[in-house]
Write a protein that binds this ligand. Structure first.
Ligand SMILES: NC(=O)c1ccc[n+]([C@@H]2O[C@H](COP(=O)([O-])OP(=O)(O)OC[C@H]3O[C@@H](n4cnc5c(N)ncnc54)[C@H](O)[C@@H]3O)[C@@H](O)[C@H]2O)c1
Length: 439
């Protein structure tokens, strides 16, 4: 099959490279000329494990190409994916669909022969109807069907997720489009990944419902963590105790500094807006968004109390800036709010991240960026683990202690245990468990 992928970001590039790897002939298109120039030179513009090798192999085999111009790729394609961004619209939090609609207009002008136009971007329910209308208006003679095929991959494990999905959701009532989708995903189909064919609106809503549910799970365990801390219980054991129940499941029950990233924050807010627009308010999701927002700043107060209440004039070392490990994505990372709050309290912040520093620098003012965990810790009165990169899981505490002003560890990801850290002479504060710091 010939595929055009419009938008070559985290989702478009991974999906395009994986489809090429299945044997399809893929052109990834992006308006960002710098991105496409880099890809043409064999440089992958994002950090995603395994992606550089996958892109290089398929480009070498001639199955994966890159372009800045959309018409040529669309004209030749049996399937055109829209994988452009749908950020929060400034002011009201609705999904900003301008990139999707612009892409739809450009696609319409270039369509040739029957083409499935597939929305992979996360879009509110009803967007497919609008894309269909835009294409029909722009090109009265076009032969096309608009499909919803939301993406569920996780950054940091994106290739594995794309190639071994729990399910593939395809929203369409069109028989020809259904055939195209079955053909595209056949390699996964053979691996028995369930393909769920639904109505288009249902598929659009499945994506938001899934993300809102995951956000709810995280927020639920975060609130239980706050209670556990006050009541002298251990949230990790609680998470295990409830997660072993198959009806609940163990995943997304890790207490921490609140969810961030390119999806959950914007998608929960957009779903809340959609609920209001339809006269069906989503009170639970509203509470999730509000609780999560408050939590990020509350983490700064946790650092403050670990230092006995006063951090003005002190240096705080932050380990991990990206919203999770194994990505360089800084969108809505809890570190951004936490660092701003620490600075508001008068602290000086040093920071280190294994992959996210380039993305972080424009977002974080007055932070001293360091090249390792140990240089970051120099002169610090507390070390704060914000993102649980593997390299922070076996820190050399003796070395840290020798360079820090005060041996205090605030572990917002519960990487360590209080007993382990205490053995090295550190005061310790974590999330939802008893600490040993002087709070
Ligand atoms: N990042 C994730 O983990 C993830 C997971 C599932 C779903 N999604 C959804 O997928 C969509 C894309 O997310 P992303 O993280 O890949 O975004 P991104 O910002 O990394 O990439 C979007 C790309 O689209 C390009 N673009 C915009 N308009 C264009 C046009 N008209 N023609 C060509 N290129 C154009 C931009 O230049 C950019 O490179 C969003 O709706 C997001 O919610 C993201």
């Amino acid at each position: 099959m010939r595929v055009a992928m419009i938008g070559t970001g985290y989702v478009g590039l991974v999906s395009g490279a994986c489809f090429a790897d299945f044997g399809h002939d893929v052109t990834c298109v992006d308006k960002d000329t710098g991105k496409i120039a880099a890809l043409d030179k064999g440089e992958v513009p994002i950090y995603e494990p395994g992606l550089a090798e996958l892109v290089a192999g398929n480009a070498r085999a001639g199955r994966l190409k890159f372009a800045t111009s959309l018409p040529e790729a669309v004209k030749a394609a049996d399937a055109v994916f829209i994988a452009v961004g749908t950020p929060s619209r400034r002011g009201d939090g609705h999904a900003d669909l301008s990139y999707v609609f612009d892409a739809a207009r450009e696609i319409a002008a270039a369509l040739s022969g029957f083409t499935a136009v597939i929305t992979k971007s996360t879009v509110p329910v009803g967007t497919g109807d609008e894309v269909e209308r835009i294409i029909g208006e722009t090109r009265k003679d076009a032969d096309y069907a608009v499909v919803s095929n939301p993406e569920f991959l996780r950054e940091g494990a994106a290739i594995q997720d794309f190639k071994h999905p729990d399910r593939i959701v395809v929203g369409t009532d069109d028989a020809r489009a259904r055939e195209v989708m079955a053909e595209l995903y056949r390699p996964l189909y053979l691996n028995r990944a369930p393909i769920l064919f639904t109505g288009r609106r249902t598929a659009e809503l499945i994506k938001y419902a899934a993300n809102a549910f995951l956000a709810t799970k995280i927020t639920f365990i975060n609130e239980i963590a706050d209670l556990a801390e006050k009541a002298g219980a251990d949230v990790q054991e609680i998470a295990r105790g409830i997660g072993l129940d198959n009806r609940i499941g163990a995943k997304f029950l890790h207490a921490g500094p609140g969810f961030g990233g390119s999806c959950l924050p914007k998608d929960t807010v957009a779903l809340i807006k959609t609920g209001h627009d339809h006269g069906a308010p989503l009170r639970i999701v509203e509470a999730v968004a509000a609780v999560n927002d408050a939590r990020k700043r509350a983490m700064a107060r946790k650092v403050q109390s670990a230092l006995g209440g006063d951090i003005a004039g002190k240096t705080i070392a932050v380990l991990g800036l990206t919203f999770k490990p194994n990505t360089d994505d800084m969108r809505e990372a809890p570190s951004i709010t936490l660092i701003a709050a620490l600075q508001d309290m008068g602290a000086t912040v040093r920071a280190y991240d294994p992959a996210g520093m380039d993305q972080a620098k424009p977002l974080l003012g007055k932070v001293a960026f360091c090249d390792s965990a140990y240089s970051c810790a120099e002169g610090a009165s507390a070390l704060v683990i914000v993102t649980e990169w593997e390299e922070f899981r076996a820190l050399d505490f003796a070395r840290l202690k020798s360079v820090m002003a005060k041996p205090v560890l605030v572990d917002l990801r519960n990487v360590y245990s209080a007993a382990d850290v205490a053995r090295h002479g550190f005061a310790y504060e974590s999330v939802g468990r008893a600490g040993t710091a002087d709070s």
